[in-house]
Design a protein around this ligand. Structure first.
Ligand code: MN
Length: 394
């Protein structure tokens, strides 16, 4: 049987207006989540994480239960950001220790980490960092590109390489802890570890005072050092521990991202996919659609307004522009009166006009009206018997 006592507190610090960290501390599970994202979205992401983990661990207190809880928290953040656009881009770190139960019913403290919140172990006043930061600068330290001293002041030290709420599928560092009664484990957000040196943290966290007092001293000292970020501290002290020969101790194990099956995508997977599509592809598609629609109406308008025809306007022969019956809402418009009366056209020409013969220009239409009038005049004088009716125009 492994048991611990615990104390926890979170503080806004002296510079930030809101506290985007969330914490959870119980007799079997402790969590620190450091949220990020504007418009209070960081608070939402860290709160979702703490809430989902608490519930997931209550339902399944195994290592797998917590891994799935972290995965679920990740999906919930992505889904929330999809539903609430002002939450887009929010994310959170998560670090937690749970007293997980194995198949024999033996409980062990297991550490889970994504991001740059930290876990330290304190034994006999000595501090040992248990977690690896998933930040660009720390990854470079592990690759040998930077020293720890350089990383501590590097501009990319806050740039995370892993966080919840960024993509579908998350890699989690998981390790079983080797602890003895009297050991303390400290979880904290970077608001503590950035303000205090490892020595300061070691001294304050292992101080032989009640846990609550040690937590308050850590926060007070971080604020005294500047308090530039939200400060979260969870401190546990192990009372009894199942002997290590009865349980397995594992090093850091990387749990590969569980990506939803492509044939049966989860709602969240769909959302993640849809979210990524709302990028340049969507923009390009909408742009192409707009071009096609604009082009269609440009051609339609050009056609609707092209050409001229003669028609009877209350007994007058008038020239109209457009298509005789109109196209959609583009109605023909009267350009001018020719001055000829409709009754001054031969009956055959009146009927031909009703069929609406198209002319390429106003001048051509007037010319044609004059031709028809002249033809009618000739029928009136009877001097000729012309029967020519113009039916084609060059
Ligand atoms: Mn922080």
């Amino acid at each position: 049987m492994t048991t611990w006592r615990y104390a926890a507190a979170t503080d806004t610090g002296l510079v930030r207006e809101t506290n985007q960290d969330s914490i959870l501390a119980t007799e079997r599970l402790v969590v620190v989540a450091d949220g990020m994202g504007g418009h209070a979205a960081g608070e939402v992401a860290s709160a979702i994480t703490v809430q989902v983990l608490g519930r997931a661990f209550a339902e399944n207190d195994t290592v797998v239960g917590l891994e799935e809880g972290i995965e679920e928290a990740n999906q919930s953040i992505l889904a929330d950001a999809f539903d609430a656009p002002e939450h887009l881009g929010m994310g959170t770190t998560v670090i937690c220790v749970g007293l997980t139960t194995d198949s024999q019913g033996i409980s062990s403290p297991t550490l889970f980490n994504v991001g740059d919140s930290r876990a330290y172990q304190l034994r006999d006043g000595a501090l040992r960092q248990l977690s690896q930061d998933h930040s660009v600068a720390e990854e470079w330290v592990r690759m040998g590109r930077l020293t720890s001293e350089e990383a501590a002041v590097h501009p990319l030290r806050h740039q995370l390489t892993r966080a919840l709420g960024v993509e579908n599928g998350i890699e989690i560092d998981v390790q079983t802890l080797d602890v003895q009664p009297g050991d303390r484990v400290l979880l904290c957000s970077d608001g503590l570890s950035n303000e205090l040196s490892p020595n300061q943290i070691a001294t304050l966290a292992s101080s032989p005072v009640p846990l609550e007092e040690a937590v308050q001293q850590l926060i007070a000292r971080a604020n005294a050092a500047g308090g530039r970020d939200n400060i979260s501290v969870v401190l546990v002290e192990f009372d009894s521990v199942t002997p290590t020969n009865e349980r397995a101790i594992s090093g850091v194990r990387k749990v590969a991202p569980k990506v939803a099956s492509p044939t049966l995508p989860t709602r969240s997977a769909l959302m993640a996919t849809r979210r990524s599509r709302y990028t340049w592809r969507t923009g390009a598609f909408i742009g192409a659609c707009v071009l096609v629609i604009v082009g269609f109406f440009a051609v339609l308008q050009w056609y609707a307004r092209s050409g001229y025809f003669l028609a009877d306007d209350s007994g007058q022969v008038a020239v109209y522009q457009g298509q005789p019956h109109g196209i959609l809402w583009y109605k023909p418009t009267k350009v001018l009166d020719t001055g000829f009366l409709f009754s001054q056209l031969r009956p055959g020409d009146q009927r031909a006009l009703a069929q609406t013969i198209s002319e390429p220009s106003v001048a051509a239409a007037v010319h044609y009206a004059t031709f028809l009038y002249t033809a009618w005049q000739q029928t009136q004088t009877g001097s000729t018997t012309t029967t020519t009716t113009k039916t084609t125009k060059g």
